[in-house]
Design a protein around this ligand. Structure first.
Ligand SMILES: NC(=O)c1ccc[n+]([C@@H]2O[C@H](COP(=O)([O-])OP(=O)(O)OC[C@H]3O[C@@H](n4cnc5c(N)ncnc54)[C@H](OP(=O)(O)O)[C@@H]3O)[C@@H](O)[C@H]2O)c1
Length: 267
């Protein structure tokens, strides 16, 4: 296999109103893909759609939707069908985190976090994957995180949701072999988006230098263009080193304590 040809494809991107999702939309429009942009903030999506239509000869559809429901995949598939579209690639990117001790977190916020970061990723993957396999020319990218690689005190639920995304996606990579569909889990480290506004504190970055969305998205698209794409990719060299050290050198107890110290008060 060679580089993905996005011309004539229709890519559905969740969380396209900001950050990494908007960057995926720009890069894929530049490579010729029609787009279905999904998020709650319709105006943002409309603005981006207008920009992309003006600069590239692609069709861009906007779907305002709150993904924190039980069956967002079915709902999206029904809306896509009503428009007469056939989705060939999916980027499950929408997500958010909660910072602070688990016992103080608002239960409704945690419920929504599971709905968006876990349920929506699984449900949307399931709703579209048969079609993606039949088409056999596109990609399924699920956005995980460096938080997937170890437990995360003060972002306990978030780390667990991203470990879910990483595990699910790597298994789907294996199940999709031979179909032409390329499946990838993308794990960014701290990245300059609205993520930290939603979290409410830069402490969630653990003192890391912020990467640019352009670099993170380039890492994913370059991995997908490889002859034999990997099941997952970590954005940023330092993050790759940190993940390797976590796996090989430290005990579980040490890893959890180091991660906890990075986000402790006063850092
Ligand atoms: N930035 C980082 O440091 C970082 C690091 C590792 C992983 N990630 C992951 O990267 C992905 C993208 O995040 P980002 O950094 O680009 O953050 P962002 O700038 O805050 O963008 C998040 C996107 O998700 C959408 N979203 C959130 N809740 C939603 C809901 N209930 N229904 C529909 N859409 C929803 C938002 O759209 P609306 O608000 O318009 O709905 C927005 O478009 C997430 O999965 C995040 O966990 C980010």
């Amino acid at each position: 296999m060679t580089a993905v040809d996005y011309h004539g494809q229709t890519t559905l991107i969740t969380g396209a109103s900001a950050g990494l999702g908007a960057e995926f939309a720009r890069r894929l429009a530049a490579r010729g893909s029609d787009l279905v942009l999904v998020a709650r903030r319709r105006e943002r999506l409309e603005e981006l759609a207008a920009e992309l239509r003006a600069h590239h000869s692609v069709q861009v559809h906007v779907m305002e939707m709150d993904l924190a429901t039980d069956t967002p995949g079915q709902a999206l598939a029904a809306r896509v069908e009503r428009l007469g579209l056939r989705v060939t690639s999916v980027i499950n990117n929408a997500g958010f985190a909660t910072f602070g001790p688990f016992h103080q977190a608002h239960p409704e916020r945690l419920r929504r976090e599971i709905a968006v970061d876990v349920t929506a990723v699984a449900d949307i993957s399931r709703a579209f994957i048969e079609q993606l396999r039949e088409e056999g020319r596109g990609v399924l990218v699920n956005v995980a995180s460096m938080a997937a690689y170890q437990p995360n005190p003060r972002m306990a639920l978030y780390g667990a949701t991203k470990a879910f995304v990483l595990s699910l996606t790597e298994a789907l990579w294996e199940e999709s072999r031979g179909t032409g569909l390329r499946v990838l889990a993308l794990s960014p480290g701290a990245t300059r988006t609205e993520f930290f506004d939603v979290v409410g504190t830069m402490r969630a970055a653990g003192g890391s230098k912020l990467a640019s969305p352009a670099d993170v998205v380039r890492t994913a698209l370059t991995a997908l263009d490889r002859r034999n794409p990997p099941p997952s990719v970590i954005a940023g060299r330092m993050n790759r080193v940190a993940a390797a050290l976590t796996r090989r050198l430290a005990t579980r107890r040490q890893v959890i304590r180091v991660v906890s110290r990075l986000t402790a008060e006063g850092t």
